[in-house]
Design a protein around this ligand. Structure first.
Ligand code: ATP
Length: 331
């Protein structure tokens, strides 16, 4: 396993209150796999992604858990070692990567910053590597001296991928890499990410609110709800046979990336709970069409359903019936 996250807790201090943005999340990222981290806005995906690079907001605090990456716990590494790990071992593509390229510098200059300052390459080596990286992401190397505004949105995203690949990391964390793009460009970028990932044998954590993006490109999926992991497993099994009512709901709420919906799209009614004082029991219970009294009182344990597939739901043993009921609400 390249990365094992166990019982991760991250909070934000706002005045006297703590927002428990991530509250006991556990999941694994195998070597050479694309893992989708999916859930509604505010469920804690970006907080997990940033905790993994330890580039967190000033008011954020990692209060518990482990993030064992390649045998070392990221949560416990001294900052100097963590700094060495960034870009070289773990590269992060932030949410607004497409717009976060610095408009006043050429793309080559920005690649140089990583290659020379972080990677210690000479000017000549950096030039060669930049050209190689541009070829890898399908951009004509002659465009290295262009400024970000001279590229389309999709191309800027490719530049962000090139930057992330610069120092041959073992893991890339991409936060909503295709959200702002139209569906055709989304597919092109995801195809390219998949191709590069399998060529280079790296692992990718793909953060997205869109389960169809996960279904299109990921090997595994981790579904988050209100700071916790609701369900995790191999992509095909989890999407075709979801065992948590939240995942069933998500699946019914998105069209697939080919543009075809398997029926009518049904949004999940209601809103996620407060993360300051979350409800006892299952956090999804107030919105869950299958909730029992017990669900409102007892925090569900994570049940292993099959190899590598697990769900934190009291009723995961009845998943076949819940799915059948869930799809009836679609028609
Ligand atoms: P999105 O897709 O909208 O980014 P997300 O699933 O990535 O959502 P996070 O950005 O991790 O969610 O946010 C989790 C929770 O923490 C949310 O309730 C959010 O409002 C809160 N939060 C995030 N950053 C801060 C901060 N710096 N200070 C206080 N609260 C924050």
């Amino acid at each position: 396993m390249l990365l094992s996250v166990r019982d991760l807790e991250v909070g934000y201090k706002v005045g006297r209150r703590i927002i428990h943005a991530v509250d006991g999340a556990s999941f694994d990222v195998p070597r050479g796999a694309i893992v989708g981290l999916v859930g509604e806005s505010g469920c804690g995906k970006t907080t997990v992604a940033r905790a993994l690079t330890r580039v967190i907001a000033d008011n954020a605090l990692i209060t518990g858990g482990q993030m064992v990456f390649d045998g070392r716990d990221i949560a416990a590494l001294p900052e100097r070692e963590m700094n060495r790990l960034r870009w070289r071992d773990i590269a992060f593509i932030p949410q607004s990567a497409m717009n976060s390229l610095d408009p006043v510098y050429t793309v080559e200059y920005q690649l140089n910053e990583v290659l020379r300052r972080r990677g210690g390459l000479s000017a000549r080596q950096a030039r060669m590597r930049s050209e190689e990286l541009f070829e890898m992401v399908g951009i004509e190397p002659g465009r290295l001296r262009d400024f970000p505004h001279q590229f389309s949105g999709g191309m800027r995203q490719r530049v962000a991928i090139a930057l992330a690949l610069a120092l041959n990391p073992k893991l890339i964390i991409a936060d909503e890499p295709v959200t702002a793009l139209d569906v055709i460009v989304q597919r092109q970028i995801l195809d390219q990410l998949r191709e590069l990932q399998s060529q280079l044998g790296i692992s990718v954590i793909l953060v997205t609110h869109d389960i169809s993006v996960v279904a299109y490109v990921c090997d595994r999926v981790v579904v988050m709800y209100a700071g916790r992991v609701a369900e995790a497993g191999p992509m095909a099994a989890t999407i075709t046979r979801p065992a948590h009512p939240y995942t069933i709901g998500l699946r019914n709420a998105f069209p697939d990336l080919q543009g075809a919906a398997d029926g009518m799209l049904v949004p999940i009614e209601g809103a996620p709970p407060s993360l300051v004082e979350p409800p006892p029991g299952c956090r999804f219970a107030p919105r869950c069409p299958f909730a029992l009294e017990r669900c409102r009182l007892e925090v569900p344990e994570t049940h292993v359903l099959a190899d590598g597939h697990s769900a934190a739901c009291h009723r995961s043993g009845e998943a076949d019936m819940l799915r059948a009921e869930g799809s009836k609400t679609q028609t």
